[in-house]
Write a protein that binds this ligand. Structure first.
Ligand code: GLC
Ligand code: CA
Length: 554
């Protein structure tokens, strides 16, 4: 694998709507991000990924773009954006935007033109079919129901893999592709470092449209089945890379869930379509094909195995991006730590275990202070369209409203979208007005102000993790050292070596509330990181406290 400038960095994801509201309208914005750059610098992150801030009706919170060349006024202006890029540069930081090009908004000019004249040029920017033929296929959209929707005022219907306000763009049309590349280059010319690339695996459809066996009582099939049948996405991705990212030497991270076996190298090898892609393997554990209501909890053993298998799969051919949460997932600490046992030590252990894997660590806003899932008391508190669809699926499966809320609340995307908890003041210091989404009541205890400078806080532990990644004495090993599991069979222990040139680090987390004994492979030279005050080691035997996490130099 060739070394790249970004390998040693740490990325921070901002969900702008919920990050910091500078003008009291209850919606986070770009001036708010600029005001918090000092904080991000204090934390030590280098690359900032902004979830979408383009003009949008916000049906899917900005993942439905109605103008790729405009900033939505609710988030600020183009001047704010230019200012942010500049201010980040001055701090040695990099800005990534979200690239959402599988679909646009039904309020985009292209779609309006297609509606006005389906036979005209813009009709071919989308997937349209005659209504009178019936639904061309039985694919289920990611947000529930058929992927087909009637095109208002016409004899046609259109395809949407996501919400009906997110019509899919027809990548088979070279004119559409050129429009997209033009836009990407326009943004890169502004000085962006690159993009996080949304739902990109969906741009290639299995054509011609056909039914697959139904997998739920609704008679539809999972969109994943279609993806498994789609062939030839590589040609699109190569073209996009060569016409946009490569000439700009841009950094890209793909949201890729369903690459086919053996495709990893084409995606993120040295000559790959993207710089890196997310390791979602841990996030797929326990997911039920029936719907979110039937998902089950993740055990520590499953988590460990998923991490190790992903590491084995990627080996030295590239760099995964590692994460425990993002804007589409519940809070990592609520999801991966056993229910009822979430505590600061456990939060730090989870942080350390994923952060020290070989890969590029991503931190999602609020993760660094250990923000947790919110408890919904009514479905009216839920904003996210995906959760609402999952709630309906749960009701249809026979759950009571209370059970359905409880079940889908656990994995709701809104868990991650509650306002960032800055301080213990009104609305967690997020806004002077009324937040667009209710804050988590635990902000009184969990907030930045309380943790900043408190030596044993979760926030300060994240700073130490980032610090170790930057420490010149260990950086080479932390970033590039090979990963070798240790005592893989020992239950509720996740341990691995990171081996570099003449240097070995041993990373260990006791993934349970009880203490456990661990046989050490050799003498410890130095304890580089410890999430507790003490470390008990004698004659090659360690006594690890519940949730203890250490990085030892061997
Ligand atoms: C991605 C985004 C998610 C969005 C979907 C459709 O998965 O992360 O938030 O709803 O794509 O754009
Ligand atoms: Ca605002």
């Amino acid at each position: 694998m060739k070394k790249q400038w970004w390998h040693s960095k740490t990325v921070y994801q901002i969900y702008p709507k919920s990050f910091y509201d500078s003008n009291g309208d209850g919606i986070g914005d770009l001036p708010g991000v600029i005001q918090k750059l000092d904080y991000l610098q204090y934390l030590g992150v280098d690359i900032i990924w902004l979830s979408p801030i383009y003009q949008s009706p916000l049906a899917d919170q900005g993942y439905d773009i109605s103008d790729y060349y405009q900033i939505d006024p609710r988030f600020g202006t183009m001047e704010d954006m230019d200012h942010l890029i500049q201010a980040a540069k001055e701090r040695g930081m990099y800005i990534l935007m979200d690239l959402v090009v599988n679909h646009c908004s039904d309020e985009h000019q292209w779609f309006k033109e297609a509606m006005a004249d389906p036979e005209g040029e813009y009709g071919n920017f989308f997937y349209l079919a005659e209504k009178k033929m019936g639904r061309p296929c039985n694919w289920r959209s990611y947000f529930g129901g058929s992927v087909w929707e009637d095109l208002p005022g016409t004899e046609k219907q259109y395809l949407h893999m996501f919400h009906k306000k997110q019509p899919d763009l027809n990548w088979e049309n070279p004119k559409l592709r050129e429009e997209i590349y033009k836009n990407i280059n326009w943004w890169l010319d502004k000085g962006l470092a690159g993009f996080r690339i949304d739902a990109i695996i969906n741009i290639k459809k299995a054509l011609p449209f056909r039914d697959y066996p139904a997998d739920r009582p609704d008679g539809l099939c999972s969109p994943d089945v279609m993806l498994a049948h789609a062939q030839g996405i590589g040609a699109f991705l190569e073209e996009m890379r060569d016409k946009t990212f490569r000439p700009h030497n841009a950094f890209t991270v793909g949201e890729v869930f369903n690459e086919k076996p053996g495709e990893l190298e084409q995606f993120i090898g040295d000559q790959g379509y993207f710089s890196t892609m997310f390791d979602f393997n841990e996030h797929m554990i326990g997911r039920s094909p029936k719907g979110a209501y039937a998902d089950r909890d993740v055990t520590p053993e499953e988590y460990k195995e998923a991490c190790f298998k992903a590491q084995e799969k990627i080996g030295d051919l590239g760099f995964y991006s590692t994460l425990i949460e993002n804007h589409d997932e519940p809070r990592g600490v609520s999801h991966f730590l056993p229910a009822g046992q979430v505590c600061d030590a456990g939060k730090k252990m989870l942080a350390g275990l994923y952060f020290m894997l070989r890969g590029l660590p991503f931190i999602y806003q609020g993760q660094e202070i250990g923000m947790e899932n919110i408890k919904f008391s009514s479905i009216d508190q839920v904003d996210d369209i995906s959760t609402l669809a999952e709630y309906d699926t749960a009701l249809a499966a026979g759950l009571s409203p209370k059970e359905a809320l409880e079940a889908v609340g656990r994995s709701s995307r809104d868990n991650a979208r509650t306002p960032m908890q800055w301080d213990a003041g009104p609305h967690a210091g997020f806004t002077q007005g009324t937040p667009w989404l209710k804050e988590n009541p635990n902000f009184l205890e969990i907030n930045v102000e309380e943790q900043r400078g408190r030596k044993d806080s979760v926030l300060e532990f994240y700073r130490r993790l980032i610090g170790l990644r930057k420490n010149k004495e260990y950086q080479e090993t932390v970033v590039y050292g090979s990963l070798i599991p240790y005592l893989r069979e020992q239950e509720n222990l996740m341990a691995y070596f990171r081996k570099g040139e003449g240097q070995t680090l041993l990373v260990m987390g006791n993934f349970q509330k009880d203490s456990q004994r661990v046989i050490l492979p050799g003498n410890t030279k130095k304890v580089l990181l410890n999430n507790l005050e003490t470390w008990k080691e004698e004659n090659g035997l360690a006594q690890m406290e519940g949730w203890q996490f250490v990085v030892l130099e061997q």
